[in-house]
Design a protein around this ligand. Structure first.
Ligand SMILES: [Zn+2]
Length: 306
C-alpha cells in the first residue's frame, strides 16, 4: 500500500468514525419503498429517494435496479480489498475514445440519510444519462460512474482506477453536495489545464459569470472526493459542488481553514455543510433549482468537449 493510499484510508476511517458517533443517538433512518422510488424519472429531485435513508448495500442495489429497470447497459466493477468491498457501476453514452468521466458515489456515512451527500448527485447523473442518450455525442464518450465506498477514503474510485485502462480521459468531475445552492464551485482546480479551460468556457457559455455564478477554487485541505483517485493517477480531475451564493465568503473561510473544519461541531457550519454527514441531510433541504443548474452545467461541459 502506498503512503497516499494509506492517507486516503485513514481519512475515510476517521470521517466514518466521527459520523457514527455523532449520529449514534438519532432515530433509525427511514426510506420510501424501493418500487415507488424506482418509478420516479424525468427530473433529478424526485429521484433522490432512490437512495435516501437506505443502507449502503441498499443504495448500491438501488442504482443497479434503476439501470436494469430502464434497460440502460452498464458495466459492473466489483472490488474487495482489506479496506472494504463494493460495486461501482459505469454507463457510457456517446462514441469515440475521448472520454469525459462524471462520478457520483452512491454510499453515505453511517446514520445520515445522505440526500445531498450524495443521492442528489446520483439522481443528477441518472437523469443526465437519459437526456444525453436521446442525442448522444458522436465524438465524445461520457462515462457516468457510480462509485461505492467514497466515504472510505475514495476506495471504490481507487479500485476502479487501479483496475481500468483510462488512457484517453480528457477530464474527470466528481459531484458532491449538488442539491443546495445557486452557484457552482469547481474545486481542487489549482492548476490550469485544457480540461479546466473547457469547463470554464462551457459555464461561461451558459451565461454564468466567473466568481459570481461559478467559482474555480484550488486545493481544499480537509474535504475531498473521488476525483482525487483519478488525479493521483495524473488525470485532470476536480470536485463539483453547488454552493449558495450568499455563503460564498463563509464557505471559503470554512473549507480553507482545516482546523476549524475539523472541529465541525464547535463552529457554525455554513450551508451546505450545516447538514453534511448529519441526520439532517434529508431531501427537504434540497432545491430543485440547484440540481437543474448542475445538470445544465454538465450538459454544457459535454457539449464543449465534443
Ligand atoms: Zn460525499
Amino acid at each position: 500500500m502506498t503512503l497516499r493510499n494509506l492517507g486516503f484510508y485513514l481519512r475515510g476511517r476517521l470521517s466514518r468514525g466521527v459520523s457514527r458517533l455523532a449520529n449514534a443517538r438519532a432515530a433509525p433512518l427511514t426510506a420510501v419503498p424501493l418500487d415507488a422510488a424506482l418509478r420516479a424519472a424525468g427530473a433529478p429531485l424526485p429521484l433522490v429517494p432512490l437512495l435516501e435513508g437506505r443502507s449502503n448495500a441498499e443504495r448500491e442495489a438501488a442504482v443497479a435496479a434503476y439501470l436494469e429497470l430502464r434497460g440502460v447497459p452498464f458495466v459492473r466493477h466489483r472490488f474487495t480489498t482489506f479496506e472494504g468491498a463494493g460495486e461501482n457501476f459505469g454507463v457510457d453514452v456517446g462514441r469515440g475514445d475521448r472520454l469525459l468521466v462524471l462520478v457520483a458515489h452512491h454510499d453515505a456515512v453511517p446514520g445520515s440519510p445522505g440526500a445531498n451527500d450524495n443521492a442528489a448527485a446520483v439522481a443528477i447523473l441518472l437523469t443526465l444519462i437519459e437526456r444525453l442518450a436521446a442525442a448522444p455525442p458522436s465524438r465524445l464518450r461520457v462515462r457516468f460512474l457510480f462509485t461505492a465506498a467514497e466515504e472510505s477514503g475514495y476506495l471504490g474510485a481507487r479500485a476502479y482506477v487501479a483496475d481500468t485502462p483510462l488512457d484517453r480521459v480528457l477530464g474527470v468531475l466528481s459531484l458532491e453536495l449538488c442539491g443546495i445552492g445557486d452557484s457552482v464551485a469547481v474545486w481542487d482546480a489549482g492548476v490550469e489545464t485544457p480540461f479546466l479551460a473547457a469547463v470554464c468556457r462551457a459555464l461561461g457559455g451558459l451565461g454564468l459569470a466567473a466568481d459570481a455564478d461559478y467559482h474555480v477554487v484550488g486545493r481544499i485541505p480537509v474535504f475531498g472526493s473521488d476525483h482525487r483517485a483519478f488525479a493521483a493517477a495524473g488525470m485532470p480531475a476536480y470536485g463539483l459542488t453547488a454552493v449558495p451564493r450568499r455563503e460564498a465568503d463563509a464557505l471559503r473561510s470554512f473549507v480553507f481553514n482545516p482546523v476549524r473544519s475539523a472541529l465541525t461541531h464547535l463552529v457554525r457550519r455554513p450551508p451546505p455543510f450545516d447538514t453534511y454527514h448529519t441526520r439532517r441531510d434529508a431531501r427537504e433541504t434540497l432545491d430543485a433549482s440547484a440540481l437543474d443548474l448542475v445538470i445544465a452545467a454538465l450538459g454544457a461541459i459535454a457539449a464543449e468537449l465534443e
